[in-house]
Design a binder for this molecule. Structure first.
Ligand code: SAM
Ligand code: SF4
Length: 336
């Protein structure tokens, strides 16, 4: 029997599965979750590690090579290293990355590496402790910095720092983040604030197009050169200032989408495949775990609904009209 490849109607081949292992988090970043009133799935609605590994096994047979574990905060889930070891043993999987807020990373970095983790992305939206605490509503920058050091020691590299830029909140730190890449082998990835689950006036007022990053480089009179792809860079456009050890990248889904190269599917913690981050379509893959043929059919059905591109930029207009229903899930309920 021929096993289908994960190719969608626009010819995009999918190699990358982002897996949210929990919708819970120890923080409440302003752009991701409301401060109060967030409702979480009961634990029996959350996929077990065995179920996640089954989805990975079947999708690896259809072409998935790269896995990213995310959340919510993936490190609030107990013994994440067990899941990493299970995934690392699945034929076809070449790369297992983690996106984390870094608060629980320092004591676990080596354990995660030993289990088979290849790389980490650490979210860090400010280099100023008080501001970091305010944006994350409670995060401690010191712990994240310790996590970065522990990852460097454990050779979990390249280490990427995810920075969501927001107007008036942290845009004045663009130069500081880029300076950090001069003396450290760190890869900063500036990300545009996306209207996921809340495309409202508050989002509009904080949204900052990433063209601002290049303006800052000109103001600083930095010589900026493009950098060839760094392993696992995905949609990021990468640059380096003259002589820097690290690099910085721009991920601009709102001002200029990169859907034509999208190669990713998402598995939510409550067991749905989401073909597109922005739209509401989702497929309850948990229902078909144990029936490989049905799972493959569902994955192909999901791909058939994947749009050519999302329409996040439409929400910047006064009369936002879009062609699909936007997802009601917050980023923490998808995995970013
Ligand atoms: N808790 C982990 C963390 O913060 O890294 C993983 C989950 S978080 C949802 C994944 C990524 O999505 C983080 O880098 C976070 O900064 C980013 N993110 C969350 N909400 C976002 C939004 N509305 N726009 C852009 N990025 C967002
Ligand atoms: Fe938690 Fe990550 Fe969302 Fe922040 S971005 S609230 S750390 S899930």
């Amino acid at each position: 029997m021929d096993i289908p490849r994960l190719i969608d109607p626009y010819g995009r081949e999918h190699h990358y599965l982002r897996i949210s292992v929990t919708d819970r988090c120890n923080l409440r970043c302003v752009y991701c979750m409301p401060e109060e009133g967030m409702e979480f799935e009961p634990s029996d609605k959350i996929l077990t590690y065995g179920e996640i590994a089954e989805v990975v096994r079947v999708s690896a047979g259809m072409g998935i090579r790269k896995i990213r574990l995310t959340g919510g905060e993936p490190l609030v889930r107990k013994n994440l290293e067990q899941l990493i070891a299970m995934i690392a043993g699945i034929p076809g999987i070449e790369d297992i990355a983690l996106t984390t807020n870094g608060m629980f990373l320092a004591p676990k970095a080596q354990l995660l590496k030993d289990a088979g983790l290849t790389r980490v992305n650490i979210s860090m939206d400010s280099l100023q402790p008080d501001r970091f605490k305010a944006i994350t509503r409670g995060g401690e920058l010191r712990k994240v910095l310790e996590g970065i050091e522990a990852c460097a020691k454990a050779d979990l590299s390249p280490i990427k720092l995810n920075v969501v830029l927001m107007k008036g909140l942290n845009e004045d730190e663009i130069a500081d983040f880029i300076r950090l890449t001069r003396d450290h082998e760190l890869h900063v990835r500036f990300i545009e604030y996306m209207p996921i689950g809340h495309n409202d006036a508050a989002w509009k007022s904080l949204y900052l197009p990433l063209s601002r990053v290049m303006e800052v480089c000109s103001e600083q009179q930095w010589k900026v050169e493009p950098v060839a792809a760094i392993p696992g860079t995905g949609p990021s456009e990468n640059y380096r200032i003259d002589g820097a050890l690290g690099s910085f990248g721009l991920i601009h889904p709102v001002s200029s989408h990169f859907c034509q190269t999208c190669n990713r599917l998402r598995l939510t913690a409550d067991g749905y495949i989401k073909p597109c981050l922005a739209w509401t379509e989702q497929f309850h893959i948990r229902r078909v775990i144990g029936d490989d043929e049905a799972m493959r059919r569902m994955l192909m059905d999901a791909l058939r609904t994947k749009p050519e591109h999302h329409e996040m930029s439409h929400f910047l207009k006064a009369d936002a009209t879009v062609s699909h229903t936007p997802t009601a899930r917050r980023m923490s309920q998808i995995g970013g």
